[in-house]
Ligand binder design. Structure first.
Ligand code: GLU
Length: 474
């Protein structure tokens, strides 16, 4: 048996990070089992589905490195892979169900449905209790109504049994007989509903494992009925736990950026995002936290956690930081060029940019944060915090300042060098006998206007001499 797993997004918005996580799990599981990973686009909601969203989701999956074997743009043996192009299949099967007595035409109007809901509520019964009014209408009678122009839906005839699965994540799950009634499979506009076409496609596409969000767990009950009516064996199910914010509520826009597109635009590295998402509800067999998802040899679904996974942006930033540190300097520069958005950086030479990248690599979690360091090189002013004031109060500091002023006026190029800084320090130590904190801190506040910062030699080598001179004047 070849493992076949699918990701089945609805193109009604951008790829949610929860969706990306489900896609990742499916992809990793298929890969670990030499199986196939399929992308199926569930676009039967005509009003909300947009091709633009489909393209954005596909791009985001690819950006995350989640490659599928079959999909709308990757032909395979089980296409088409877009539900809007499979309408005939659903219609024919619904007709077949009608012929076999497994489904029927239903003519309940929306007003009648509302009345029935009120009635059921008054009797403390489930709303679907009275949905079966046309269950036993003969096919001839139904056809007559259709010919007379009456609107109809197609309802599935619930066989009235209990249903159960052994979910890979949630264990034994069962649903009582009266959990659902006769449910709609084809709407009055002729479009199939999710619970119907999802199963038709999963069965026809030979899907062996359905890995999806916990919110679909209860849909499984209706879906099992469709598998049975089709004479197909249901796949294995793994319903992944919910992603929640720090307030333990389902992750939503309220919690900040929730789409992959947003993270891409904020400058996060895809490797960091997928590494973090993989660990949101799954644990590495060797308890590793930083790893290349593509190097995983196994992906055991039994390691998926049952409890909700808490999404923590601080943790994601930590992952991003780890991946930034390992980035080749040219890549780092490219990231800065895209995300700093400041002429003071953009107008520099490649050499300057690379030195800058090397200098601040360990100080940032995101490309965009590098912008905060530019003042250090280009603004003559000072950061007058307590430690700065203390350093300025030492009697040796004015001596250092006067010496540096004289030395800087001898520098010929636009920048002093790291070697120059080394020489200045030696002179201050040997000739002026300044040592320890008064030396290191004193020279730093004079040259950078701050008591703290990245490697002093590196900062000086990247700051125009003119700026340092202005700073000393101030
Ligand atoms: N189109 C459904 C969704 O986006 C798919 C659910 C499933 O995986 O069965 O939620």
């Amino acid at each position: 048996m070849t493992v076949r797993v699918r990701f089945a997004p609805s193109p009604t918005g951008y790829l949610h990070i929860g969706g990306a996580r489900t896609a990742l799990y499916s992809y990793l599981f298929a890969k670990a089992n030499n199986g196939k990973f399929i992308l199926r686009v569930e676009d039967t909601d005509l009003e909300r589905s947009k091709r633009e969203y489909e393209l954005a989701q596909v791009n985001d999956l690819k950006w995350c490195g989640i490659e599928y074997d079959e999909g709308p743009d990757r032909p395979g043996d089980y296409g088409p892979y877009r539900q809007s192009e499979r309408q005939e299949i659903y219609k024919n099967l619904a007709e077949k169900f009608i012929q076999e007595g497994k489904a029927y035409y239903c003519f309940l109007t929306s007003e009648e449905l509302e009345e029935l809901t009120v009635k059921a509520e008054a009797e403390k019964k489930a709303p679907h209790t009275y949905h079966g009014k046309y269950r036993d209408l003969s096919l001839e009678e139904a056809k007559k109504k259709i010919e007379a122009g009456e609107d109809y839906v197609i309802r599935f005839k619930n066989p009235g049994k209990t249903w159960a699965i052994k979910d890979i994540v949630r264990g034994d799950v069962s649903w009582p007989v009266d959990m659902v009634g006769d449910f709609v499979i084809i709407r009055s506009n002729g479009m199939p509903v999710y619970n119907f076409c999802c199963v038709v496609d999963d069965a026809m596409m030979k899907i062996t494992h359905v890995i999806r969000a916990e919110e679909h767990l209860n849909n499984t009950c209706r879906q099992l009925m469709i598998y049975e009516a089709m004479g197909e064996k249901a796949p294995e199910f793994a319903h992944c736990s919910l992603l929640v914010g720090e307030d333990r509520q389902k992750l939503s826009k309220r919690h900040g950026a929730t789409s992959v597109t947003q993270y891409k635009e904020l400058g996060y590295l895809p490797e960091a995002l997928v590494n973090y998402l993989t660990l949101l509800g799954w644990s590495h067999p060797e308890e590793k936290d930083i790893f290349d998802i593509n190097a995983l040899e196994s992906f055991d679904l039994s390691r998926l956690s049952k409890s909700p996974a808490m999404y923590d942006i601080k943790k994601l930033n930590y992952y991003n930081e780890q991946y930034l540190r390992a980035l080749p300097v040219e890549k780092m520069v490219e990231g800065f060029e895209t995300f700093i958005g400041d002429e003071r950086f953009n107008s520099q030479t490649q050499e300057w940019k690379e030195k800058f990248a090397t200098l601040i690599n360990e100080k940032i979690q995101l490309f965009s944060e590098a912008k905060d360091f530019l003042d250090l090189f280009f603004v003559p002013g000072a950061d007058e915090d307590e430690q700065y004031k203390e350093a300025m109060s030492w009697e040796t500091t004015p001596q250092i300042k006067e010496y540096l002023k004289a030395e800087l006026s001898k520098v010929e190029g636009e920048y002093a060098t790291e070697e120059d800084v080394g020489n200045w320090m030696n002179y201050l130590k040997k000739e002026l006998k300044i040592k320890g904190k008064p030396l290191f801190m004193g020279i730093r506040v004079c040259l950078t206007g701050r008591a703290h910062g990245p490697d002093l030699k590196g900062v000086v080598a990247l700051s125009p001499v003119k700026v340092i001179k202005d700073r000393l004047e101030k």
